[in-house]
Design a protein around this ligand. Structure first.
Ligand code: ATP
Ligand code: MG
Length: 172
């Protein structure tokens, strides 16, 4: 198709996927997913990787429960500031854990990686919602995660595959 060498070069220099979400649950499978995303990032410095961990940590759910009329911080002798402080500290701690878990999987592309910890109990929906919000063009995830049950694909991967309109790369 392309006879001009320079045009060809321009064509291959750009990544097809520039804004990549990697779903991370702390499993070795998820680390493999991050490492695959790293290959994209190494090939093009414009590529951004958003590592997303959906946490069920109770402290992380606190602000969401403000909207729930049954929750009253004062009932627990805590001010709203205290609760927000607890929330922020928990998110920061969870982020540090993710960072430590990534280790060498993001070596050389650290500047292209951001870590987001999202409170929630529906990881598949939360991953999809986050990916839409940041206008991701690819979601990378492991075929399995922390679950011990044998099988081809985990429930989170399965649900994302079923529901997402954004392309998905499942790492076996
Ligand atoms: P199951 O959870 O159904 O028992 P599993 O743990 O083996 O089985 P999944 O949970 O579907 O399988 O994990 C597959 C992939 O989904 C993981 O490698 C990771 O990419 C993603 N994932 C799973 N849980 C989360 C989570 N809480 N936050 C972000 N990504 C997740
Ligand atoms: Mg799981």
């Amino acid at each position: 198709w392309y006879t001009s060498g320079s045009l060809r070069k321009k064509r291959v220099a750009k990544m097809v996927f520039n804004n990549i979400v990697v779903a991370y649950d702390g499993s070795d499978h998820a680390v493999d997913a991050v490492m695959k995303a790293r290959d994209f990032a190494l090939a093009d410095p414009e590529v951004r990787i958003h590592v997303v961990f959906v946490t069920t940590h109770p402290n992380a759910q606190l602000p969401a429960s403000f909207n729930n009329s049954s929750f009253d911080p004062e009932q627990y002798l805590l001010s709203v500031e205290d609760v927000m402080d607890l929330y922020n500290r928990t998110i920061a701690e969870e982020s540090e854990k993710v960072k430590a878990g990534l280790g060498v999987a993001i070596e050389g592309v650290e500047d292209q990686v951001t870590i987001d910890v999202i409170p929630g109990y529906t990881p598949a929906d939360d991953i999809i919602e986050f990916a839409k919000e940041i206008e991701a063009d690819l979601i990378v995830m492991g075929s399995r995660g922390l679950g011990a049950i044998r099988g081809v694909i985990g429930s989170v991967s399965y649900a994302v595959l079923r529901e997402s309109t954004i392309p998905i790369l499942v790492i076996k």
